[in-house]
Design a protein around this ligand. Sequence first.
Ligand SMILES: [Ca+2]
Length: 510
Amino acid sequence: MKIPRAALLAAVMAIALPGYVDAAGRSCESLLTVATLENATVTLAEVVPAGGFRAPGAAATAQNASRFSALPAFCRVAATLRPSADSDIKVEIWLPASGWNGKFEAVGNGGWAGTISYPAMAQALARGYATASTDTGHSTPGGSFALGHPEKLTDYAYRSEHEMTVKAKAVINAFYGNAPARSYFNGCSTGGRQALTEASRFPDDFDGIIAGAAANPKTHLDTWRIWMGLQTLKDPETRIPREKYPAIHQAVLAACDARDGLKDGLISDPPSCHFDPQVLACKESDGPACLTPKQVHSVKTILGPAKTSTGEVIFPSYQPGTELAWGLLIGGPEPYDTALDQFRYMVFDDPKWDWRTFDVDRDMAKADEKLKGLLSAIDPKSLNAFFTRGGKLLTYQGWSDQDISPLASVNFYKSMPAAVGDATVSSSMRLFMVPGMGHCGGGEGPNTFDMMVPLEQWVEQGQAPTRITASHSTNGKVDRTRPLCAYPQVARYNGTGSIDEAENFTCRLP
Ligand SMILES: [Ca+2]
């Protein structure tokens, strides 16, 4: 008896794939055999019961465990993507087992990546999104992955995010029988650079993009980070000991806190604050509350931009208010490791390269040449295609960012009108600066906020965000809320009511 091939196949699948449903909605396990993924192997497809996810490696912290234990049931898919012979890109795609909101939220990475961003995936999944993250093509810490592996560097620079997005959309379509109605990208730091890179290179991937504290231009950023170290660490006498940071911070607040109209421990418009560290000059012997002449000079230097020998600005500076977190770039004994790795492994191809030999003019030019189109500056004009098809770009950065000068986001935003026109910026891009927030979070200012809802309202209902409420918590309890305002507006106190409640503030030009 001749059995039709299709019937035979269906019978085999029903046996091999427990929980197989039908074409409208496949079982999670059936995704193992999704054959439409080019240059990719699905390595895992299993249902994770509610609260059942256990993160591997560094993501297995107590804080994350409580976040994961609150997750609903989902279909967990893992895959390895090989767009080049040397590629080894790990991705995970999480699909809500029920209550899918019909949308896709991809999440970004930090630093040199090398891990799946499980906590950010959990946040997206908990809100009903199908979500995806990639390790960007390597699983080692730092930048050593790039040494002798140009294809892996390409994967890190832009290819892994795009490949992940294409594959995730295919898996979502296979699982639910529908493509996502909307697709969003949400990232900060390296994730911010990934966000801008996606908008620039792959304008069709996302409908809305959140780019926080974008590490852009990366080649200049890492030059600045090393320059910060060179100014303060090469000569032991120019070093500013960590125990002096609080005194400097207090002196900055004394000079500038009230200038924005409200003494609240925060500087709302740091570029208008002009702090002279000479006020802290030691009058008698050296101590934690004063600065030696060389230290006064160091503070002055790092509060100004890094420049080439001909005076061209390489990258903007730290802003007043950031002092408590200066240790990241100038705490010593060496400049910031993340920045050194770019030059060791991607510019000089020499793990033993000595930062003391760094020459700003010569070595930044070499970085720009070698990393052109990978980690060099993102051209503001290149975002036009994304904007033209209706894409919305929401950017933000903390004014007290200790890792990437906050003026990086401001300068990029300011460069947009000349590149794409005022009308396009007005309809497609916003910047929200966050007083007192550190790098992608933390700090003394209100540092917890939701950019996804405002972005969705913009993309889906055409309502551009003007004001987003942020909160600050101490020991898990909210003790201050404050509006974030669309740049160049800042939050101004109305003059009555609690200064810890957002409703008593209005967004105005400074
Ligand atoms: Ca203030």
